[in-house]
Design a protein around this ligand. Structure first.
Ligand SMILES: Cc1cc2nc3c(=O)[nH]c(=O)nc-3n(C[C@H](O)[C@H](O)[C@H](O)COP(=O)(O)OP(=O)(O)OC[C@H]3O[C@@H](n4cnc5c(N)ncnc54)[C@H](O)[C@@H]3O)c2cc1C
Length: 187
């Protein structure tokens, strides 16, 4: 879009919009659970009648597409890279956080929430960060089910390390290639 002086006012008017995250009302810990309970469920036998378009094959799009397809929906996924596995997510190296508290160092959903809010310089949307913390353990289970080779201890349990300056060990990782391995799993 060209923003010349003569057209400036009109263009600014055209591109201005309200940013609305559509976060559900209610107490922080219940918002997304309540929204989920309000949604109509789709019978397993009817799912292939819905065609879902996912734009982007980073960890957000690819994992959403893989999960929806696994549940029986008909899914098309689009990206503008030469390969679906070239999304920027491939650069994420350190690992993925979840409040499973395997090392028994007092981790919890609340603690993961607080650390993530602080880590985001208090600029992230609290309700969505809380949801991320709530579902973090299920995300690790899903990744394992998709074949992501997370590091393990010698006894077979998934390994955790402390990452990003936090005081607990909650980061699940695949050497220095976590993002790449997560993308491969979803792919
Ligand atoms: C160097 C680095 C290290 C990181 N390390 C970690 C880490 O250790 N742990 C962690 O949790 N997070 C880490 N992050 C952050 C994390 O990687 C990102 O937040 C996450 O991967 C973003 O995923 P995404 O799916 O939202 O976006 P992306 O991976 O960027 O995917 C976006 C997708 O959208 C597609 N797309 C974009 N525009 C269009 C369009 N117009 N039409 C069609 N397709 C389009 C792209 O092709 C791509 O497929 C790191 C980030 C970087 C850069």
């Amino acid at each position: 879009m060209w923003l010349g002086w003569t057209r400036f006012d009109r263009d600014v008017e055209e591109i201005s919009m309200t940013l609305n995250a559509n976060i559900p009302p209610g107490p922080l810990a219940d918002k997304w659970d309540r929204r989920r309970a309000e949604l109509k469920s789709v019978k397993a036998s009817d799912r292939d009648q819905y065609r879902i378009l996912v734009v982007g094959t980073g960890l957000a799009g690819a994992s959403a597409a893989a999960t929806l397809a696994e549940q029986g929906f008909s899914v098309d996924v689009f990206c503008y890279h030469d390969s679906a596995r070239r999304a920027h997510s491939i650069a994420a190296q350190g690992g993925i956080n979840a409040a499973k508290n395997y090392p028994k160092d007092g981790d919890s959903v609340e603690r993961l929430f607080t650390d993530t809010i602080k880590g985001g310089d208090f600029r992230a949307r609290e309700a969505n960060v809380y949801r991320l913390a709530q579902v973090s353990n299920a995300i690790i289970d899903q990744c394992v089910a998709q074949g992501v080779p997370f590091a393990r201890e010698y006894d077979g349990y998934l390994a955790n390390r402390s990452f990003g300056g936090v005081k607990v060990r909650r980061t699940f990782y695949a050497r220095g290639q976590t993002g790449q391995q997560l993308l491969l799993g979803a792919y």
